[in-house]
Design a protein around this ligand. Structure first.
Ligand code: PMP
Ligand code: GLN
Length: 386
């Protein structure tokens, strides 16, 4: 018998749904997989019902419902001053995950090298492996997880085709500063490579931290595929409506892959998301305030526990250091936490391939949860301390 694809044989199973399943089995409070334990606003759900009464129940255009592409074009102009043409520079995908997959396929040939920062969202490595390209991870290290410029410079070779950036960054909560993005973009231009910029947490930043799209920096627009999603912003992660913004040339390549991958995303949901985006400026004010409070509840609680949390600048995750004397890997620690304290978290070594021992030092908690869920989790964690 012949065997399935060797490239597919390289892939690891995604840890996220496994942890959610285990948390449910054990009745643990689930702060593992990144999704809210509450629904987004009911006015957005009403938009879906309305769309299902209208002419939106059949295939839409593969590049995305025009209403959504128009809303996205307006939003990115208003918020960041970025101008993308809805006709040929914006593509709607099934979540950011499909946008990422199509972008990797659109840009890479077998043997190309891709620089990515570890810890990284697991779909990047999988997409790179499926194409038969080679990942070159560069490790971000605590406590500040800043750009390791020298190491990064060494990672470039004449085979480097692209670099993957994720800011705000899952799982560290780091928001890359303007100076860091500038340094990075100079390297990108010097080495003549592309960037896939995963910005799904673009509206989840705290205190004075501001998200800056790398495509807004000089010389970067033509080299960047900017990817985002409605999942985190509107608290409907199960809808899987995402998008890619890129130059006309790159968009053509993305759309080529997308039409034969999924063809299109759920039509009524796209129409609903377009209406939600038209109201985004008012929506974001209470949204950010509620997440600032959630971060506070979990961070203050974790500070009192045996774990040492890093205060996230963005995203809805808190990364914590496991006490050194524990002699436990992140996986062992997470399973112990789930059994004895009934709180589920993510072991971040799943986000590393070059230096997994670095990931073994940490645990990741998600605070996209009701305030009472977070308070109960803190009570459990502190009760278990002694
Ligand atoms: N990128 C990052 C960094 C993520 O954390 C996630 C998952 N939440 C995604 C992409 C996937 O987004 P989507 O659910 O829209 O596919
Ligand atoms: N991005 C989410 C996380 O980091 C999970 C998404 C998924 O389950 N694929 O937890």
């Amino acid at each position: 018998m012949k065997k399935p694809s060797a490239n597919v044989g390289l892939l690891k199973e995604s840890i996220f749904s496994e942890m959610t399943m285990k948390a449910n089995q054990l009745g643990a409070i689930n702060l593992s997989q990144g999704f809210p334990d509450f629904d987004g606003p009911s006015f957005i759900k009403d938009y879906v019902n309305e769309a299902m009464e209208g002419p939106y129940n059949q295939y839409g255009p593969p590049s995305g419902a025009m209403a959504l592409r128009l809303s996205l074009g307006e939003m990115y102009k208003k918020i960041y001053g970025l101008s993308y043409d809805p006709n040929n520079e914006i593509t709607v995908t099934n979540g950011a995950t499909e946008g990422l997959f199509c972008s990797f396929l659109a840009l890479l040939d077998p043997g190309d090298e891709v620089i990515l920062f570890e810890p990284y969202y697991d779909s990047y490595l999988a997409s790179i492996q499926m194409v038969g390209a080679k990942a070159k991870p560069v490790t971000l290290r605590g406590p500040d997880f800043g750009l390791p410029i020298e190491e990064l410079e060494k990672a470039f070779t004449d085979k480097t085709k692209l670099i993957v950036l994720n800011s705000p960054h899952n799982p560290t909560g780091k928001v890359f500063s303007k100076a860091e993005l500038q340094a990075l973009s100079e390297m990108i231009i010097k080495h003549d490579v592309f960037v896939i910029s995963d910005e799904v947490y673009e509206f989840l930043t705290f205190d004075d931290h501001k998200h800056i799209p790398i495509s807004s920096l000089p010389g970067m627009r033509e080299r960047t595929i900017m990817i985002s999603s409605s999942g985190k912003t509107f608290s409907f992660t199960g809808w899987k409506i995402g998008w890619c913004l890129a130059s006309e040339e790159l968009t053509k390549a993305i759309r080529m892959v997308h039409q034969f991958n999924t063809f299109g995303a759920a039509h009524p949901l796209q129409v609903a998301v377009s209406k939600a985006i038209n109201k985004i400026e008012d929506y974001l004010v209470p949204f950010r305030e509620s997440y600032q409070k959630k971060r506070e509840i979990l961070y203050e609680g974790l500070k009192k526990s045996e774990l040492q949390p890093f205060l996230p600048e963005g995203t809805f995750f808190i990364l914590c250091q496991i006490p050194q004397g524990k002699n436990k890997t992140d996986v062992e620690y997470c399973f112990e936490l789930m059994e004895s304290k009934k709180v589920a978290a993510i072991p971040p070594s799943a986000f590393y391939s070059r230096s997994p021992e670095e990931g073994q030092k940490y645990v990741r908690f998600c605070f996209a949860k009701k305030d009472e869920t977070l308070r109960s989790a803190v009570i459990n964690l502190l009760e278990a301390k002694g």
